[in-house]
Design a protein around this ligand. Sequence first.
Ligand code: ZN
Length: 149
Amino acid sequence: MKLFVKALCLATAGFSANLAFAENCKVEIEGNDQMKFNKTELTVDSSCKEIEVTLKHTGKFNKTIMGHNWVLFETKSSEAGIKAAEKAGAAKDYLPDAKLMVAGTKVIGGGESVTIKIPGKSVKKGGDYIFACTFPGHSSLMKGKFIVK
Ligand code: ZN
């Protein structure tokens, strides 16, 4: 019995230590029918092997009317990237050429969600990144800062 209690304590201590040092490798963001994201900033750790991003559309509108995606850009290429994305059209989920973005999701409509995984090495600690929805006309309202700590 004594041994069991000791093992349990060790296990609990290990668990809380893990929690305290947990890497922030999963982020979630919502888009709505008011053409807004619910966050203007997302933060991940540079030590993540993989970064998981989930976009949820909490609205009701169809993706052809109020579609949202989530696209990650290096800030310096974001202007060109957003232009290219809008040109790419719905068939390409408003995603630009891979060289103009870091990663991006497909376009979703109300009630849908999408998750992508980005290799951690595709972003740099302290780098300058922004995310945006590239559905035509949305990026002026739907964008934010992506921070790699
Ligand atoms: Zn949008």
